[in-house]
Write a protein that binds this ligand. Sequence first.
Ligand SMILES: Cc1cc2nc3c(=O)[nH]c(=O)nc-3n(C[C@H](O)[C@H](O)[C@H](O)COP(=O)(O)OP(=O)(O)OC[C@H]3O[C@@H](n4cnc5c(N)ncnc54)[C@H](O)[C@@H]3O)c2cc1C
Length: 169
Amino acid sequence: MGSDNSTDRKTIFVVGLGMVGIAFIEKLLNLDENKKYRIITCGEENHLAYNRVALTDYFQHRSVEKLYLNPVEWYSQQDPESFEFHIGETCTHIDTDNHVVLTDKGRQFAYDHCVIASGSNASLPAYADLSLPGVFVYRNISDINSLISYANKGKKPLRASKVSSGYTA
Ligand SMILES: Cc1cc2nc3c(=O)[nH]c(=O)nc-3n(C[C@H](O)[C@H](O)[C@H](O)COP(=O)(O)OP(=O)(O)OC[C@H]3O[C@@H](n4cnc5c(N)ncnc54)[C@H](O)[C@@H]3O)c2cc1C
């Protein structure tokens, strides 16, 4: 028999609402027929989970919604007892002794299980100084927006050089 009392549920906290985070969340929501779990997630970006692999397309359409892995409505259709999400909120500390996640908005989330799906950062060569004008990493929407705004400031077309050996190479 399904449990309909949310206090009986185990809380799973997911750090990061990215490609892996949302895949995990969707799978668990689908499998949790007996309503045993409550999932809470915080994503530091100001966007719902999007397809980072298609980031380059953003240069053309400039629409984050086109990259969303699930439409905005999908989030509002979820049972709030099963799924709670926060965007633009960074997890700053995991207190593993007390099973609590702290965020940059001063909130605390108690958890039974914590899944870290926070992705990675670009690894930079020693000579790449991001504080210099015109030097960018290429990982997320905010990076692309910075790049576009930098390029738009120039009066003539800019020349770009790319340092990469990964998917964007
Ligand atoms: C331009 C580009 C093209 C790519 N092309 C391909 C490809 O063709 N094929 C392929 O297999 N892979 C590709 N990749 C790699 C692929 O995007 C990653 O492997 C994938 O996104 C990893 O998923 P993830 O959920 O682990 O990390 P991410 O998608 O990076 O998601 C992690 C999320 O967690 C958030 N986060 C981090 N720290 C915190 C915190 N403390 N609190 C809250 N939130 C946090 C991040 O902001 C991010 O939104 C590409 C990547 C890029 C950038």
